[in-house]
Design a protein around this ligand. Sequence first.
Ligand code: SF4
Length: 460
Amino acid sequence: MLLRHTTASEIERKALTINPAKTCQPVGAMYAALGIHGCLPHSHGSQGCCSYHRSALTRHFKEPVMASTSSFSEGSSVFGGSSNLVSAIETIFTIYDPDVIAVHTTCLSETIGDDLTQIVSKASEDGKIPEGKRVIYCNTPSYIGTHITGYSNQLASFVRFFSTATPKKKNVVNLVAGWMEPSDMREIKRLASVLETRTIMFPDMSGVLDSPLTGKYKMYPDGGTTIPDMIATGDSKFSIGLGAYCTEDTCVKLESKCKVKFEVIEIPIGLKATDRFITSLSRHANVPVPDSITEERGRLIDFITDNSKYFWRKRVALYGDPDTLIPMVEFLLTLDMKPVYIVTGTAGKHFDEEMQRMLKEKAPEARFKSGERADMFLLHQWIKQEPVDLLMGNTYGKYISRDENLPFVRIGFPVMDRPGNNIFPNVGYIGGMNLANKILESLLNHYDRTCKEEKMELQM
Ligand code: SF4
């Protein structure tokens, strides 16, 4: 019993979070920066922050994550980190030669009040930024928000520094990617190409954090949105934002800067969210949906129908990021499962409203919460009050799963103790089958291990 001190009875907590269902802002900013080709993320703060953020991403993706740091010492903590950043910019371009440096702040540099606009201007005036190279930046104070806020802030900085409108709009749709796996981005691009649409996805971590082993190390892998593509997003005729928390702000900024109209929908996890994505892309790119996509959809429906007896009324507890949880809960309801406990550490009304709307008829007993106090300790307490059949979320849930003897499906960030999340997609109709299959495997393996001997069947 590793979590033996978790009690079923709740005590009101106003200023204490236990096992948060979130991580810090710069992790998100660093992840998003890796989705631009030739970009080196730079952490403006102490070495410890940068090491933590890099290791969080490396442990999840099983790929080396490169990033630099302003390496604050006691002196910079008192007098500010301006000179550290200016000399870092010079050193990085001299030694590592990226096309772009994407600077994000940390708690320390935000508390000092370092002004990135002024510091980067000084670096430019002093000739530290070579011709054709760029330094972009965003603010990511981690005492507010979460890794999702950091991701969103970094995305908005891409629009601020790159997107440019010329007088002529092109027949291209921007796919503004929320926090997803590289495998999910690859699958969305495959769907877009099957529909024969012209799209620009940004950011794009496919080919960056799922690169093949070739025996040759590339500091800047082949993938990522290129700078010319990023500039061209201002000439696209429409943007589809995938996941409101990560992409809405960016879509709004792109519309206001370059007059690119937009629609924000869910990440296409599950049948209905994928339907909405395909419909939106088909409508805005003005292309028909080919039969091959309809067939993929049919196979997912067949899979769900064949296995409905195993999914039916199974109670699920899940935690993670709101852009993942919203379509995930919808998919569980499509499977006739009962998502009964849902928590996210990222605060926001949209999550609460969507949960209310989706759960009121099919799972009115469900409890959900967002924000700092919506932590995994609370989720565990709810499970202790009335058990569930399945737990879904990142690696940190394995302790609850073990203590409560629950089948456990790993999804979200970070998943450090199992491989595959950056390889096998969870989005689209194929991803839906993958996800439903993971749920099924987990439930049936648990049943086979724990059922009475006389209930053990070869064919279930
Ligand atoms: S919470 Fe703040 S101090 Fe801690 S790792 Fe994140 S940025 Fe650094």
